[in-house]
Design a protein around this ligand. Sequence first.
Ligand code: SF4
Length: 332
Amino acid sequence: MSDQPGTNKINKQADLLVVNHLKKYFPVKTGVLKRVSGHLLAVDDVSFSVKSGETLGLVGESGCGKTTIGRTILRLTEPTAGSVNFDGKEVFDLKGDALKALRRDMQIIFQDPYASLDPRLRIGNSVMEGLEIHKIGNKQDRYQMAVDMLKKVGLEDYHSRRYPHEFSGGQRQRIGIARALTLKPRFIVCDEPVSALDVSIQSQVLNILKDLQDEFGLTYLFIAHNLGVVEHISNRVAVMYLGKMVELADRDELFRSPLHPYTQALMSAIPIPNPKLKRERIILKGDVPSPLNPPTGCRFHPRCPIAVAECALKEPPFVEKKPGHSVACWLA
Ligand code: SF4
């Protein structure tokens, strides 16, 4: 048949991915000569790890750098500085066949799967594209593997013969998941996979991701702008603000006692299903500042409801305040 790898073994203790001091600055070019006039600090010195078999939720407002982190880890964009180690391999040192092999192990699910599907290609052919690139099995094997994967995400045989425009948003996201999974990767960046879907469909897609994680031993970096979404799928949650990680903790610990004022504000915006219970909403003043010219000191200080004078002068370090619970705030 094929040389497709088997189900991944889960070692819940070991770090599968270690990100160290990652930076990604995009040059800003202006004028007729397109001279570099500044840099957009999309990701600015971020470190974290993801254990094998776990889901790390990465949350923050649009433009905070979370998607850039996901894309840089996968080498879809090159880093400015820092390192990413995946299962003992330095990702940024890999080239040629070694990089190709890594791409088989690390996949991505996009927010808008429609944009990554060729409208002229039947879904079965789209789903088997990765298998073709990696020369796995013959054409018939590949098609069968694509159909099998479509069934795993709740679609039927006949869907493989249809075109992308014939599917709903939720079905397209299932196709996006099937595409990412055909190569049996070990690690998947889920980049806002349910943000564009109706709430009723969101939970179906999250359940599929959870079931597939159990079946294949997958490790997820789950990116979302909504804390409510990551709560359901994450083991640990990291909060980003303007290119920096500001808090990281186990899911239950973070939701029980958030330490950073930004996390507290995000949490106050999560709707409570019980109409008898009320949560006081923390409204942050102003908009997120530009990552082209971030504020001095703590980047959150212009919007922080409890800022003191020191906050504008000195950047708070990201430190562990309780076991497994780190935060960057002078007052936490
Ligand atoms: Fe607010 Fe200061 Fe803490 Fe930053 S360091 S979050 S400005 S209190």
